[in-house]
Ligand binder design. Structure first.
Ligand code: PRP
Length: 209
């Protein structure tokens, strides 16, 4: 049996849809459930429902054989994982956004940036040659510039509705992201037969993208 870490949050429903359409799940785990381990009636997989930022850690540490995780999270964390497939789901982008008219080049002090992605934000400003102070937040990032906690944000944009609702303008796309299938290095060998079957079923999905 394969143990899979699936993300709660914005990737949850699409990930579960993929697992059912590839025939690995018969039932449907509830991402809102308090029960965090789901054993499917088909008995082929055990599902761990974890926060999207934690999926890569579970798989890297061999608590799960495989998982589904956003490219944004992988780039931020720099995990040691096998990344066999781009699943094409969960399309979004990591962008710099700020109140209209803001220009980082015009500032005489460090730019204060609020983000859930401190490494990627720091890297972005370093490449631009702009001094920055990163303010690490865990959610509702768009609030930070409104209340003066930061000058700008680096955050995920999907539809753009959250930016618009908070009068923020997307000034630059830093990274395009989609969900990836990730595999633990040793599981790919120790559970070779199941892992191959699992990957093959997803490869057929990838061809249809
Ligand atoms: C994400 C992201 C943005 C929003 C973007 O937040 O951090 O806030 O979605 O989506 P949109 O462009 O479609 O409006 P999430 O919903 O995960 O909640 P959070 O702010 O608590 O992290």
């Amino acid at each position: 049996m394969l143990t899979l870490a699936l993300p709660k949050g914005r990737l949850a429903e699409e990930s579960i849809d993929l697992m059912t359409s590839t025939g690995w799940l018969e039932g449907r785990p509830d991402p809102e459930s308090k029960e965090l381990v789901y054993k499917d009636s088909k008995g082929r997989v055990k599902i761990l429902l974890v926060r999207s930022q934690d999926v890569a850690t579970y798989v890297e540490q061999n608590a799960a054989d495989a998982g589904i995780v956003g490219w944004d999270v992988l780039k931020e964390g720099g995990y040691d994982l096998l990344l066999p497939l781009d699943l094409g789901i969960g399309k979004c982008r990591l962008s710099l956004a700020a109140p209209s008219g803001w220009n980082p080049e015009e500032r005489h002090r460090k730019v204060r940036v609020a983000t859930k992605y401190p490494n990627l934000a720091r890297e972005y400003f370093l490449e631009k040659g702009i001094d920055c102070e990163v303010i690490k937040l865990y959610g509702s990032i768009e609030l930070a510039p409104i209340v003066g906690l930061s000058d700008c944000i680096v955050d995920l944009v999907s539809t753009g509705a959250t930016l618009k609702a908070n009068n923020l303008v997307e000034t630059e796309v830093i990274l395009e992201s989609t969900a990836r299938l990730v595999f633990n290095r040793s599981s790919l060998y120790s559970k070779r037969k199941e892992a191959k079957e699992f990957l093959d079923s997803f490869t057929s999905i990838e061809k249809q993208l």
